[in-house]
Design a protein around this ligand. Structure first.
Ligand code: MRU
Length: 356
């Protein structure tokens, strides 16, 4: 089974079709698609992490605008009201999760695609244009993932490679970012031993990355996040590679909580630490990673992991979903445009330039 699982699809045409999301909260035990028939359902899917990963939530947000235009058709809205409805719902979609910049980037790109249409454009025609733009963003991400996979594979040495969270097909519109580097290298016949942090508290590494790798026939070893230090100290890891949710102009990278600790460990043990992401993950309006908004999630995710109570009633939880790795700890950034190393402000802005 070498074909990638998909995270998002659209069935049918713009006005009567439906956005479907592969519900990642059920993995690895159940494989189910859910239909998102209104914008509220798309937002719920993003916030509950039924669809997750920076590029994938951007793609979902863009399709969500086509769903907003369908709502306008169903409510019989006139052109101006339909456009207002789409814009308002666009703001709700863009702010559904705060850290991954891809979400706002994709929603704004889709809105820009209708900005130039005449004011008399009917809701159904807005839906057609918005669906075309969402499909374009989706297709483009597929190509970006392939390029990131090639550039990343060329960097990875043979031996142990450690990744964190899930950065594969489930998290993107293609084969992934960091995970695409790993799978591409594997498919090139390289001798990799893949390790995946389980990624507390939502287990994206154990539930999703391991599932994707097993699905592709690539052996994977899952470890608790706290075992990473010992694994690195005992010399079994030749490189770490992770994804990102937002990368600033100076190259600071926000990614799943635990990434920063892994970068510190990699530096302490002289192991290269790579961050792979498409240009849509860069936010050149922000200089320092300290200014990236970090999502805080519900206490229950920590106190009752996978729904099983694991702490006494009355205990509180600290549950930031992301942390920021400073550029100094990143050996190279891997993008569809190539590899940025060393990671400096000049190198980042020269490689990424205006976003998109
Ligand atoms: O909370 P999540 O599961 O959406 O977090 C995802 C990550 O942190 C990924 O590493 C990142 O979005 C890159 S996905 C290619």
């Amino acid at each position: 089974m070498n074909d990638s699982p998909a995270s998002i699809r659209w069935a049918g045409d713009a006005t009567s079709g439906v956005l479907e999301i592969f519900d990642q909260t059920l993995l690895p035990n159940r494989l189910e698609w859910i239909a998102c028939r209104d914008v509220a359902a798309v937002i719920e899917a993003i916030q509950r992490l039924r669809v997750r990963g920076a590029p994938a939530i951007g793609i979902a947000g863009a399709y969500g605008l086509a769903v907003a235009a369908q709502e306008a058709v169903q409510h019989g809205l006139a052109p101006a009201a339909a456009r207002d409805h789409v814009r308002t719902r666009g703001e709700s979609l863009a702010s559904a999760r705060p850290t991954a910049v891809n979400l706002r980037w994709a929603v704004e790109r889709a809105l820009a695609a209708i900005a130039g249409l005449p004011g008399t454009t009917a809701a159904a025609d807005l839906a057609t244009r918005l669906l075309a733009e969402a499909r374009a963003i989706h297709d483009e991400d597929r190509r970006l993932c392939a390029a990131i996979g090639r550039h990343g594979a060329a960097l990875l040495p043979d031996g142990g490679v450690l990744t964190h969270c899930n950065t594969g097909a489930l998290a993107t519109g293609g084969d992934g970012t960091a995970l695409a580097a790993i799978t591409t290298a594997w498919e090139q016949g390289r001798k990799l031993e893949v390790y995946a942090d389980e990624t507390r508290p939502l287990f994206q590494g154990a539930r999703l990355t391991a599932w994707e790798l097993v699905h592709r026939g690539i052996p994977v070893t899952v470890l608790v996040d706290g075992a990473a230090g010992h694994l690195l100290k005992t010399g079994r890891i030749a490189a770490c590679i992770v994804g990102a949710d937002r990368i600033t102009a100076r190259g600071d990278a926000a990614n799943k909580i635990g990434t920063y600790a892994l970068a510190v460990l990699a530096r302490a043990h002289g192991v290269p630490f790579y961050v792979a992401a498409p240009s849509s993950t860069f936010d050149l309006t922000i200089e320092s990673g300290d200014d990236i908004p970090i999502e805080e999630r519900a206490a229950a995710e920590v106190l009752a992991p996978l729904g099983v109570p694991a702490a006494p009633t009355g205990a509180r939880a600290y549950n930031p979903a992301f942390d920021v790795t400073p550029a100094e700890l990143i050996t190279a950034l891997v993008t569809e445009r190539g590899v940025i190393t060393p990671v400096t402000r000049d190198a980042v802005t020269a490689a990424i330039g205006p976003r998109g």
